[in-house]
Design a protein around this ligand. Sequence first.
Ligand code: NAD
Length: 432
Amino acid sequence: MATDSVNLIDAYNMYSLFQFRVSVFTFHINSLKLVMFKGGGTIQMIIEPKIRSNVCFTAHPVGCERQVQQQINYVQAQGEIQGPKKVLVIGSSNGYGLAARIVSAFGSGAGTIGVAYERPGSGSKSGSAGWYNNAAFEKKAREDGLIAHSVNGDAFTDDIKTEVIDLIKQHMGRVDLVIYSIAAPRRIDPATGEIHSSVIKPIGDSYTARTVDFLSGRLYEIETEPALEEEVEDTVKVMGGEDWKLWIDALDNAGVLADGITTVAFSYIGPELTAPIYSQGTIGRAKEHLEATASTLQKQLSQKNGQALVSINKALVTRASAVIPAVPLYISLLYQVMKDKKLHEGCIQQMYRMFNDRLYSGQALELDDQGRIRLDDYEMRPDVQQEVDDLWHQVSEDNLESISDIKGFREEFLRHHGFGMPGVDYSAEVEV
Ligand code: NAD
């Protein structure tokens, strides 16, 4: 196995470059072919996946619409939820946030406002997957007669908070559920103007993470030095609970939180295998802050019969998780074991379960001894973890395809970007 001594956050930074539209971005997207302008300036092109270091730089609008429709179909095939009617989802265009928005709308008949930071198509570049997901969601929700508005911009800013509050006042009056599902590489503190970048690093000791390039199947190791104290603090600033609290304070002060308001943010714990780089690392420290924020918000919202909760979710393929070292290999093995045991869930199944079996079940809310919702219960079952651990110690480049679900990882990652969806003609030009 090769050992790559690379900066651990390289991949994460590539993801952030893509996400934040940095103008010096020079990566040549040679997969966008047959660019031509039609009347009115519309651009039509053939779009293919362009992936490097577990980051995909293109997305397919028709495929994204299909995968949003698939999630809607799943929810509509389940029972109706006696759940929220006016929902704000912060981080609504992908992964867990998108799934929570779909369950709110199509499972519970809720009007929704979504906030995301996505890139529209322009020139010869396709838009980001979240851009197309948002468009598809809005179209389908409105076809069903549901209120659906999306705000595209930096959720960490005061301006976006104000814009969202105005939209709530205009279309909903008050919201009864606020989902906070941001995964971001950096944040500008609105109070100081200072930029904070999150890093994925261990704390205390250096760590060698075993990971996989899921496209090529190359297994390799990434060595990383422990985070500096400043890097820990920066990661907490970005991925901790500070912005969640700023949102709830702003919404509360504006009088747009309904009596009985529920707010939920998401976290992950995971196994010993990934602990040095996740739960005991910089991200884990940020998640501790998120949980402490939930306690603070709980006290604040109890005055209006509300609640603030953290839900510990399952490890899943998303744009964010694909760039965390060790996590893609762990997920590939986990998927294999959970699919064999018929326990596998994706984002939409997890979110449906959170609404139907936990938040709006009509029963007393099931929480762990630290007051958290546990949707990672199947993942953390001792028999599941034991088998994943056994496979982790056996896996090599020779047996990766046979003992892990690397194929499933690859397919799901591609689907998140609208590729590999059945019934889509990928050789046809589409409008970006
Ligand atoms: P994702 O990358 O799929 O989605 C992140 C969302 O955040 C997108 O809608 C994106 O547009 C939005 N966003 C990012 N920066 C923003 C900004 N500045 N302003 C507005 N919107 C912004 O991420 P995900 O994997 O669904 O993660 C969501 C949450 O769930 C995170 O807190 C993550 O830690 C947690 N979680 C993820 C997993 C997993 O395995 N993926 C497991 C458990 C918990």
